[in-house]
Design a protein around this ligand. Structure first.
Ligand code: PPS
Length: 300
């Protein structure tokens, strides 16, 4: 895939609009009919997340689990966003996630999506594909999203932190409300057994244990030594310096504003939320997050 810098400069920041009840931007809806008709294969693995919840981290883990030994070249030559294509993205002349997935020659194919559960192409359900959902606590997720929107030209302008904060609470973000996203996917677990729901905070606290759980779900059985090696390869500092994992090869992001691998921490929200914002947030959170079985940790 060639990415044309000149074309990127012509891009304007997109506007949010309502799409079947979810805030979206045209880069993720232009190709709607095409990706809704996506033909999944039974061994496809879908990595689903709300933006900034740990997609790249888990994509990288899965990619190494499946292909580290057999396709060593891949690690040094193919960026993660091509190894694990983003199904719904379409930036004319630059990216079509659907085409990238269709051109994958790997088995399994690893596919990234940020779609809320009700937008997932039906073929994934019909083929009974494995799905890994990663969720991150709302406060850190919001902060990470804010910095991402500052530096990523295919995202809407974030505006000031205080207005971004309010928009997040109102669910007026790209891919809609965080609250609806994490709850929608959580509920899906009740009726779809091939869904592994994991948390960014658990992965940060005990990477090896989360890799073990993931492998159990995937039917893989790496040795303890392999899990230890993998766990160390995917720590933040290692991924941050890896050009094929840190997004430094894409022209749509301005790392002078903020790097993609920014901090990778649990609890960075404390450096952004004012005391008053935290109170407003907590009050609103209680009203929206009424399912006692879905619990997040905002510190570890
Ligand atoms: S995207 O654009 O939606 O695909 O972004 P996503 O990959 O979901 O989220 C990016 C945030 O995940 C952090 N990250 C990590 N944290 C800890 N360890 C590792 N290995 C790791 N890899 C990515 C990344 O730094 C972003 O979070 P913030 O808080 O902004 O640093």
């Amino acid at each position: 895939m060639s990415m044309n810098l000149e074309k990127m400069e012509l891009l304007h920041r997109p506007e949010l609009f309502d799409f079947h009840g979810v805030s979206m931007i045209h880069y993720f809806t232009d190709n709607w009919d095409n990706y809704q008709n996506f033909q999944a294969r039974p061994d496809d693995i879908l990595i689903a997340t709300y933006p900034k919840a740990g997609t790249t981290w888990v994509s990288y883990i899965l990619d190494l689990l499946y292909f580290r030994e057999s396709q060593e070249d891949r690690l040094t030559t193919i960026p993660i966003y091509e190894r694990v294509p983003f199904l719904e993205i379409s930036v004319p002349g630059l990216f079509s996630g659907k085409d990238l997935v269709d051109n994958l020659t790997t088995s399994p194919r690893l596919i990234k999506t940020h779609l809320p559960v009700q937008f997932v192409p039906k073929s994934f359900w019909e083929q009974n594909c494995r799905i890994v959902y990663v969720a991150r606590n709302a406060k850190d997720n919001m902060v990470s999203f804010y910095h991402f929107d500052r530096m990523n030209k295919v995202e809407p302008e974030p505006g000031e932190w205080s207005s971004f904060f309010q928009r997040f609470l109102d669910g007026k973000m790209v891919f809609g409300s965080w609250y609806d996203h994490v709850n929608g996917w959580w509920k899906k677990k009740e009726t779809y057994s091939k869904l592994h729901y994991m948390f960014f905070e658990d992965l940060a606290e005990n990477t090896g244990q989360e890799i073990d759980k993931l492998c159990n779900f995937l039917g893989l059985s790496p040795s303890a030594k392999e899990v230890e090696t993998l766990s160390s390869s995917v720590q933040f500092d290692n991924m941050k310096k890896d050009k094929m994992a840190n997004y430094s090869t894409t022209p749509v992001m301005d790392f002078k504003i903020s790097p993609f691998m920014r901090k990778g921490k649990v609890g960075d929200w404390k450096n952004h939320f004012t005391v008053a914002q935290n109170e407003v947030f907590d009050e609103d959170y209680k009203k929206k997050m009424t399912d006692p079985t879905l619990q997040f940790r905002t510190e570890i």
